[in-house]
Design a protein around this ligand. Structure first.
Ligand SMILES: NC(=O)c1ccc[n+]([C@@H]2O[C@H](COP(=O)([O-])OP(=O)(O)OC[C@H]3O[C@@H](n4cnc5c(N)ncnc54)[C@H](OP(=O)(O)O)[C@@H]3O)[C@@H](O)[C@H]2O)c1
Length: 320
């Protein structure tokens, strides 16, 4: 009995001690890959959507530290101005500005692009980062299902409108922030707007798979232009992303140890935007600053081309 109690005591000391000693290593593993490039971006112009918070804000901070002129494209200008001011103060880079962009409204996207093209002569980095998840069924101003509309169609249109400026400024890079969730996504051509049946999980995964198809098809079309496009999975990151569902948001905020910080989550976006070794790499998907596996669906060229055609029709644009 005494021996048993002794072993119990030893275990109750050893296990917490081992966990305590292993904690920094577990944390480092969760933090994932780090962008090691020290490239400076003086004279370069970057646009980052959804940059007032989360991964987008940290990405903006990093590019600002490297000297880029950074445009935070935000739907809420109060939050946008606050983030721009914070980044200017932290980095000492006064070339960080907020501009209005609501990806749930094609008119706002057009206005943003028109103003940008008037005011900025160059564009070297476009990071399509903004995203929504867990929305109760709702539609964008133009009648698209919210997640498909914002995460895919909004960025599709924005890229279309800014592409000539990227080509003129080449070498230039586009980074599409997708997700591991693309792997369980399916493009439901019979019900792209989830009008027949809606499940936010399926709609989100569809939109993130659409980001992958967009990346693959755009890369094929951009060959030889000096403009590259890659997609990323940022990891599981403690941001405001699940804010639409209070239960999941509460769980999310209570497990910070197991999630990346927004700064850690920004590493792969930054890596794809600046790393020297990716100069001519295009049409790839990265996670933790290294190439990652794209689902068979995501690699299906026929689906990419079909989605491209339908996206153009929905947005009433001609993009050949
Ligand atoms: N966090 C994760 O674990 C995770 C995992 C995989 C992929 N991702 C992807 O990472 C990207 C960034 O997400 P995050 O985690 O940083 O989330 P977040 O903290 O919620 O940031 C999302 C950003 O998108 C903006 N946004 C939402 N709707 C918009 C619209 N209609 N027009 C313009 N901007 C809009 C938000 O603006 P407001 O502040 O005004 O709402 C916010 O700035 C998303 O594409 C997400 O799908 C995140």
């Amino acid at each position: 009995m005494l021996a048993f109690l002794g072993s119990l005591l030893a275990l109750s000391i050893t296990i917490p001690l081992l966990v305590f000693m292993a904690a920094p290593y577990i944390r480092k593993y969760i933090a994932g890959g780090v962008c090691k490039s020290t490239v400076k971006l003086n004279g370069k112009v970057a646009v980052i959507t959804g940059a007032n918070t989360g991964i987008g804000k940290e990405t903006a901070k990093d590019l600002a530290r490297r000297g880029a002129r950074v445009i935070l494209a935000c739907r809420d200008m109060v939050k946008g101005e606050a983030a721009a001011c914070e980044i200017r103060t932290m980095t000492g880079n006064q070339q960080v500005i907020a501009k209005k962009l609501d990806l749930a409204d094609t008119k706002s996207i057009q206005e943003f692009a028109e103003n940008f093209l008037k005011e900025e002569k160059e564009l070297h980095i476009l990071i399509n980062n903004a995203g929504v998840i867990m929305c109760s069924y709702s539609k964008t101003v133009d009648g698209f299902e919210m997640q498909f509309g914002v995460n895919h169609l909004g960025h599709f249109l924005l890229t279309f409108l800014l592409l000539e400026r990227l080509k003129q400024s080449s070498p230039a890079r586009i980074v599409n922030v997708s997700s591991l969730a693309h792997r369980i996504g399916k493009i439901s051509f019979h019900d792209l707007q989830s009008e027949k049946s809606y499940n936010w999980g399926q709609a989100y995964c569809q939109s993130k798979l659409a980001n992958i198809h967009f990346t693959m098809e755009l890369a094929r079309r951009l060959q030889g232009t000096g403009v590259t496009v890659n997609a990323v999975h940022p990891g599981s990151v403690l941001t405001e992303l699940p804010r639409q569902t209070s239960t999941i948001y509460t769980i999310w905020r209570n497990i910070p140890f197991f999630l990346k910080t927004p700064e850690e989550g920004a590493q792969t976006s930054v890596y794809c935007a600046v790393a020297e070794e990716l100069e001519s790499v295009s049409g790839k998907y990265f996670s933790d600053c290294k190439p990652a596996y794209v689902s068979a669906q995501g690699r299906d060229e026929k689906t990419s081309k079909k989605l491209w055609k339908i996206s153009c029709e929905l947005l009433c644009i001609e993009w050949d």
